[in-house]
Design a protein around this ligand. Structure first.
Ligand SMILES: [Zn+2]
Length: 198
Protein backbone atom coordinates (compact mmCIF):
# COMPACT_ATOMS: atom_id res chain seq x y z
CA UNK A 1 0.00 0.00 0.00
CA UNK A 2 1.18 3.50 -0.79
CA UNK A 3 1.26 5.98 2.04
CA UNK A 4 -0.84 9.12 1.80
CA UNK A 5 0.79 12.50 2.29
CA UNK A 6 0.14 14.35 5.52
CA UNK A 7 -0.28 18.05 6.15
CA UNK A 8 2.93 20.12 5.73
CA UNK A 9 4.86 17.31 4.08
CA UNK A 10 6.84 18.07 0.96
CA UNK A 11 5.48 16.79 -2.34
CA UNK A 12 7.47 16.64 -5.55
CA UNK A 13 5.88 16.95 -8.97
CA UNK A 14 4.27 13.63 -9.90
CA UNK A 15 4.31 12.22 -6.38
CA UNK A 16 1.41 10.19 -4.99
CA UNK A 17 -0.70 12.11 -2.45
CA UNK A 18 -3.62 9.85 -1.59
CA UNK A 19 -6.91 8.56 -2.95
CA UNK A 20 -10.11 10.42 -3.83
CA UNK A 21 -12.01 8.59 -1.05
CA UNK A 22 -9.62 10.27 1.38
CA UNK A 23 -9.02 13.75 -0.02
CA UNK A 24 -10.81 16.24 -2.20
CA UNK A 25 -8.19 17.05 -4.86
CA UNK A 26 -7.35 20.66 -5.78
CA UNK A 27 -7.74 21.18 -9.54
CA UNK A 28 -4.72 23.48 -9.96
CA UNK A 29 -2.02 21.67 -8.01
CA UNK A 30 -3.07 18.01 -8.29
CA UNK A 31 -4.35 15.53 -10.84
CA UNK A 32 -6.30 12.28 -10.47
CA UNK A 33 -5.58 8.97 -12.21
CA UNK A 34 -7.55 5.80 -11.41
CA UNK A 35 -8.83 7.38 -8.22
CA UNK A 36 -5.30 8.25 -7.07
CA UNK A 37 -4.22 11.85 -6.49
CA UNK A 38 -0.81 13.10 -7.64
CA UNK A 39 1.02 16.44 -7.32
CA UNK A 40 1.38 18.59 -10.44
CA UNK A 41 3.96 20.82 -8.78
CA UNK A 42 6.58 20.75 -6.06
CA UNK A 43 5.58 22.32 -2.77
CA UNK A 44 4.10 21.84 0.67
CA UNK A 45 1.05 19.64 1.17
CA UNK A 46 -1.84 21.61 2.63
CA UNK A 47 -4.87 19.68 3.88
CA UNK A 48 -8.04 21.45 4.94
CA UNK A 49 -9.21 19.22 7.80
CA UNK A 50 -12.89 20.10 7.59
CA UNK A 51 -13.29 19.80 3.84
CA UNK A 52 -10.61 17.07 3.54
CA UNK A 53 -9.33 19.14 0.61
CA UNK A 54 -5.71 18.63 -0.46
CA UNK A 55 -3.56 21.10 -2.39
CA UNK A 56 0.12 21.82 -2.98
CA UNK A 57 1.31 25.26 -1.98
CA UNK A 58 4.42 26.90 -3.35
CA UNK A 59 6.48 29.55 -1.63
CA UNK A 60 7.40 32.19 -4.15
CA UNK A 61 9.45 34.11 -1.62
CA UNK A 62 11.86 31.22 -1.11
CA UNK A 63 15.27 32.75 -1.69
CA UNK A 64 17.44 31.34 -4.41
CA UNK A 65 20.79 30.07 -3.39
CA UNK A 66 24.09 29.86 -5.16
CA UNK A 67 24.96 26.26 -5.89
CA UNK A 68 28.40 25.15 -4.79
CA UNK A 69 30.54 22.10 -5.46
CA UNK A 70 29.60 19.23 -3.08
CA UNK A 71 26.06 20.53 -2.59
CA UNK A 72 23.46 17.75 -2.50
CA UNK A 73 20.52 18.20 -4.85
CA UNK A 74 17.31 16.28 -5.38
CA UNK A 75 15.74 16.44 -8.79
CA UNK A 76 13.78 14.72 -11.50
CA UNK A 77 15.26 12.92 -14.49
CA UNK A 78 14.14 14.83 -17.59
CA UNK A 79 15.80 12.88 -20.38
CA UNK A 80 18.27 10.07 -21.09
CA UNK A 81 21.10 10.37 -23.57
CA UNK A 82 23.52 7.66 -24.64
CA UNK A 83 26.13 8.58 -21.99
CA UNK A 84 24.34 10.97 -19.66
CA UNK A 85 21.04 11.99 -18.10
CA UNK A 86 19.50 15.43 -17.68
CA UNK A 87 18.06 16.36 -14.31
CA UNK A 88 16.12 19.41 -13.12
CA UNK A 89 16.65 20.40 -9.49
CA UNK A 90 13.82 20.42 -6.96
CA UNK A 91 15.85 20.88 -3.78
CA UNK A 92 19.36 22.03 -2.99
CA UNK A 93 20.78 20.94 0.38
CA UNK A 94 17.27 20.00 1.52
CA UNK A 95 15.80 23.40 0.70
CA UNK A 96 13.07 23.45 -1.91
CA UNK A 97 13.58 25.50 -5.03
CA UNK A 98 10.25 26.23 -6.60
CA UNK A 99 10.22 26.93 -10.32
CA UNK A 100 13.92 26.25 -10.31
CA UNK A 101 15.73 26.59 -13.59
CA UNK A 102 18.82 24.79 -12.33
CA UNK A 103 19.80 21.88 -14.45
CA UNK A 104 22.48 19.20 -14.28
CA UNK A 105 23.94 16.18 -16.02
CA UNK A 106 25.06 12.85 -14.69
CA UNK A 107 27.67 11.26 -16.94
CA UNK A 108 27.70 7.46 -17.17
CA UNK A 109 31.12 7.39 -15.43
CA UNK A 110 29.72 9.25 -12.40
CA UNK A 111 26.73 7.00 -11.69
CA UNK A 112 28.24 4.25 -9.58
CA UNK A 113 31.47 2.59 -8.41
CA UNK A 114 30.33 -0.33 -10.50
CA UNK A 115 30.53 -0.30 -14.28
CA UNK A 116 27.25 0.83 -15.83
CA UNK A 117 26.82 -0.40 -19.36
CA UNK A 118 23.59 1.34 -20.24
CA UNK A 119 22.21 4.53 -18.74
CA UNK A 120 18.77 2.89 -18.79
CA UNK A 121 20.00 0.32 -16.22
CA UNK A 122 20.51 3.17 -13.74
CA UNK A 123 17.87 5.82 -14.43
CA UNK A 124 14.57 6.39 -16.21
CA UNK A 125 12.66 9.55 -17.03
CA UNK A 126 10.57 10.84 -14.05
CA UNK A 127 12.83 9.16 -11.47
CA UNK A 128 13.58 11.32 -8.45
CA UNK A 129 17.30 11.29 -7.74
CA UNK A 130 19.63 12.53 -5.01
CA UNK A 131 23.02 13.60 -6.41
CA UNK A 132 26.14 15.59 -5.54
CA UNK A 133 27.36 18.62 -7.49
CA UNK A 134 30.91 17.92 -8.71
CA UNK A 135 31.49 20.61 -11.35
CA UNK A 136 29.90 23.76 -12.71
CA UNK A 137 29.95 24.94 -16.31
CA UNK A 138 27.92 28.08 -17.01
CA UNK A 139 24.39 27.29 -15.86
CA UNK A 140 24.83 23.53 -16.03
CA UNK A 141 26.13 21.32 -13.28
CA UNK A 142 27.89 18.00 -13.45
CA UNK A 143 26.47 15.62 -10.87
CA UNK A 144 27.53 12.33 -9.31
CA UNK A 145 25.49 9.52 -7.77
CA UNK A 146 28.52 7.51 -6.67
CA UNK A 147 27.99 6.54 -3.01
CA UNK A 148 25.44 4.71 -0.87
CA UNK A 149 23.16 7.61 -0.09
CA UNK A 150 23.07 8.88 -3.68
CA UNK A 151 20.95 7.64 -6.57
CA UNK A 152 17.28 7.07 -7.22
CA UNK A 153 14.99 7.74 -4.23
CA UNK A 154 11.67 7.33 -6.03
CA UNK A 155 10.69 5.57 -9.27
CA UNK A 156 7.46 4.66 -11.01
CA UNK A 157 6.76 1.54 -13.07
CA UNK A 158 7.37 2.25 -16.76
CA UNK A 159 4.42 0.02 -17.67
CA UNK A 160 1.60 0.94 -15.26
CA UNK A 161 2.91 4.02 -13.38
CA UNK A 162 2.68 2.55 -9.87
CA UNK A 163 5.46 3.27 -7.39
CA UNK A 164 8.18 0.61 -7.64
CA UNK A 165 9.29 -1.25 -4.52
CA UNK A 166 12.86 -2.23 -3.71
CA UNK A 167 13.50 -5.99 -3.95
CA UNK A 168 17.29 -6.06 -4.23
CA UNK A 169 20.38 -3.86 -4.15
CA UNK A 170 19.60 -2.15 -7.43
CA UNK A 171 16.37 -3.91 -8.32
CA UNK A 172 12.80 -2.69 -8.18
CA UNK A 173 9.50 -4.46 -8.64
CA UNK A 174 6.00 -3.24 -9.37
CA UNK A 175 3.55 -4.85 -6.94
CA UNK A 176 0.69 -3.99 -9.29
CA UNK A 177 1.84 -5.52 -12.59
CA UNK A 178 4.90 -7.56 -11.56
CA UNK A 179 7.30 -5.67 -13.84
CA UNK A 180 10.92 -5.54 -12.59
CA UNK A 181 13.38 -2.74 -13.40
CA UNK A 182 17.00 -1.84 -12.61
CA UNK A 183 18.16 1.43 -11.06
CA UNK A 184 21.16 2.92 -9.28
CA UNK A 185 19.35 3.18 -5.93
CA UNK A 186 20.11 5.37 -2.96
CA UNK A 187 20.24 3.36 0.28
CA UNK A 188 17.04 5.01 1.55
CA UNK A 189 15.03 4.47 -1.63
CA UNK A 190 11.32 4.89 -0.94
CA UNK A 191 11.62 7.22 2.06
CA UNK A 192 11.73 10.51 0.18
CA UNK A 193 9.61 12.53 2.59
CA UNK A 194 11.69 11.73 5.62
CA UNK A 195 14.76 13.07 3.91
CA UNK A 196 13.41 16.45 2.97
CA UNK A 197 13.08 19.39 5.29
CA UNK A 198 11.55 22.69 4.53
ZN1 LIG B 1 3.56 -1.81 -13.02
Amino acid sequence: MKESKKNNEIALTGQYLGVVEEYLPDKKSTFVRDGQIFATKTGIVSIDKERRAIEIKGHQDEDRKIIKINDIIIGTIQFLRLYSVGISFATINNKIHFNSSYFGNIHVSHISHKFIEKIADAFQITDIVRAKVIKQEQNEYSLSTVGNNLGVIHADCSICGSTLEKIGQNKLKCSRCGNTENRKLASDYGNVTENLRY
